[in-house]
Design a protein around this ligand. Structure first.
Ligand SMILES: O=c1[nH]c(=O)c2[nH]c(=O)[nH]c2[nH]1
Length: 277
C-alpha cells in the first residue's frame, strides 16, 4: 500500500484588518488594509505528530503585522515585502511565504475626516520561495459599463442556441486584474495608479466585438506601456443587460430599457503576457 504523506501546505492569519493613522502633521493620512499571511516551509512534524516546534503561531504573525505598521505602511507591496523578508529570515525552516493585501481607499473630507471611496479595491501580493520573490499588484470590484460600442456576433449556433446576434449592446463588468512585476525597486503607488487608469481608459475607448477581445486589449495596453510588468491576469464577469420587450405595452424599445441580470453571468478570464525567446 502506498505511504500516506503530507502534501503542499501553508498557514497563517487571514484578513488582519489594519488601519494606520499618520499623524505627522495636523493633516492626517490613513492606510486601511486587510492582510493575509501564509507561511510555507517544514511543518511536517506539526501535521503528523502535533509537534509545534516549528509553528510560528498565527497570533504572532498577526502581531507582527501590527508591530511593523508602527514604522509606517507605505505601498502595500513594500509592506508585504518587509513582512516576507522578516518571516523567511527569522526562522530557518520558514522557506517561503505568500502574503496578500487588500487596500481600501478613503477620500479626504478635511484634515482628519474621510469618506470611503468605493470605485475599486487595490490588491497586492508577495510570493517568496527561497531566493525567488514575485510581486503582484492589482485591483478588484471595479464595476464599469459602456452603453454602446459593444457587439457580439459570429458565434456558432446549434440546437441549444437562442442568443440573438447583436451589433449594439451594453457591456458591463466587474474588473479583477492582477499584474506581475518583472523587477523590484519600483514606485508601486505610482505604477498602480497608472495601470488602473490605463485599464479603464482602454475599456472605455475599445470598440468591443467580445468581452474576450476587450480583456486582451486592456492587458496588451498595460504591457505595451509598462516594460516592468511581465503579465496581466484579468477576470471579468459579463454582467448581462437584456433589452426588455415593451411591445405588450404598445411601446417600442430602441435600446433604452434593460433588465440588469445578476446571475448567471459569463465569466471571462485571460492572462496576457510577453513571449520570451
Ligand atoms: O462577449 C461575450 N463573450 C462571450 O463568450 C459570450 N457568450 C455569450 O452568451 N455572450 C457573450 N459575450
Amino acid at each position: 500500500m502506498a505511504r500516506i504523506v503530507l502534501g503542499p501546505n501553508q498557514y497563517g492569519k487571514a484578513e488582519v484588518r489594519l488601519v494606520r493613522v499618520d499623524r505627522g502633521s495636523d493633516r492626517h493620512t490613513i492606510a486601511d488594509l486587510n492582510i493575509t499571511t501564509q507561511l510555507r516551509g517544514d511543518f511536517t512534524a506539526c501535521h503528523t505528530e502535533g509537534d509545534n516546534g516549528h509553528v510560528v503561531p498565527t497570533d504572532t504573525q498577526k502581531n507582527t503585522v501590527y508591530a511593523f505598521a508602527r514604522d509606517g505602511v507605505g505601498a502595500p507591496e513594500d509592506f508585504l515585502l518587509r513582512l516576507a523578508r522578516h518571516f523567511t529570515s527569522a526562522h530557518a525552516w520558514v522557506t517561503g511565504a505568500h502574503l496578500s493585501a487588500e487596500q481600501y481607499s478613503w477620500q479626504r473630507l478635511g484634515d482628519h475626516s474621510f469618506a470611503r471611496a468605493g470605485r475599486e479595491t487595490r490588491t497586492a501580493s508577495v510570493e517568496v520561495d527561497g531566493e525567488s520573490v514575485v510581486v503582484t499588484a492589482g485591483l478588484k470590484d471595479c464595476t464599469v459599463l459602456k452603453s454602446t460600442d459593444s457587439e457580439f456576433h459570429g458565434f456558432p449556433r446549434d440546437r441549444y442556441t437562442t442568443l440573438p446576434e447583436t451589433s449594439d449592446r451594453i457591456l458591463a463588468t466587474n474588473v479583477t486584474a492582477a499584474w506581475t512585476y518583472g523587477r523590484d525597486g519600483l514606485d508601486y503607488d505610482a505604477t498602480y495608479a497608472g495601470v488602473r487608469d490605463l485599464l479603464l481608459e482602454t475599456f472605455a475607448a475599445h470598440h468591443s466585438l467580445a468581452l474576450q477581445q476587450t480583456i486582451f486589449a486592456m492587458g496588451e495596453a498595460v504591457l505595451e506601456r509598462y516594460d516592468e510588468i511581465e503579465s496581466v491576469n484579468l477576470a471579468c464577469p459579463n454582467k448581462h443587460h437584456f433589452l426588455v420587450d415593451l411591445e405588450p405595452f404598445g411601446l417600442d424599445n430602441p435600446g433604452e430599457v434593460f433588465f440588469a441580470a445578476d446571475r448567471p453571468y459569463g465569466l471571462i478570464q485571460a492572462t496576457v503576457l510577453r513571449e520570451h525567446g
